[in-house]
Design a protein around this ligand. Sequence first.
Ligand code: KG4
Ligand code: ZN
Length: 333
Amino acid sequence: MLVLGIETSCDETAVALVEDGTTVRSNVIGTQFEHHRPFGGVVPEIAARAHLDMMLPAIDRAFVEAGATYADVEGVAVTAGPGLVGALLVGVAAAKSIALAHDLPFIGVNHLEGHVCATQLEFGHLEPPMISLIVSGGHTSLVLLDAEGRFETIGQTIDDAAGEAFDKIARFMGLPFPGGPEIDKLGRTGDPTAIAFPRAMMNDGTLDFSMSGLKTAVIRELRRRDAVDEEIVMPDVAASFNEAIVDVLVTKTLRAAEAHDVGTITLVGGVAANSRLREAMADGCARTDRRLLLPQPVLCTDNGAMIAAAGYNRLVAGERSPLTIDADPGLPL
Ligand code: KG4
Ligand code: ZN
């Protein structure tokens, strides 16, 4: 069963064709980095306009790369939320139009569920129970897929997303956008124990995260050192900051797995590319005898294939969305 997946919740215009929820036939990702780079972050209005320009060419390319036509498609899935409303609307309108014109089953998908389902594109159909840490520029969430196949958010950031914290600190350090990969690279040559940055909400009894205190602590430390002419070793700052974030993310993910008695953990989202996070999560899982599923980076970041995979799961379960559904920027899981 070939499903067309469309994703436009943030700044990627992504369209994919996926067979049986697991085999990627095409996965076209139009990035808008250059549109947003001058502003040091994603500008919602610019994202929505860029999606409009990029959507039809992305759909055409997805079909060409898959060697498929609309006659081969048996379902259309689209990210209905959460995300930027203007951006989401472009994908939702495109997907509805295709479903209507070709009389195809249509399903609106939650973006976070999509991220979790990216795992099945590499490791085969999901085997619940499972816990996913979703860490990107837009989210920091722990999602439980319980033994009955239901998705539930069991922890999330109460302020900034992890990627947002990386990007903001990188900007303060004078590094280019997106800052996550820059801090990752710089930090590899630094000492992660050089500066003891705070580990927020580490022992508060919840599975939630807070990133803004850490961000403020880094900025305050850099300003203090600057004021008293104390040496600032940028690789040490990057390594110490990276370590503080990773420490909290890994600790809380393992705690979640323990609390819900889950043996499989997946790590997805743009920040899942972080080398220190991958390493520390792998160590933590090995230590606690858990299985870690780490999809390749192109499946970890926003893409249409993960939406097609999530849509496939729901379509084969007999679910459909009416063509009257709206994009919902705050869509809960
Ligand atoms: O999933 P993604 O491509 O887009 C969304 O935010 O939806 O994630 C992008 C985020 C950015 O904040 C970027 O700085 C961060 O992922 N990122 C990283 C790394 N690679 C990308 N953060 C830390 N280390 C990395 N290696
Ligand atoms: Zn995402």
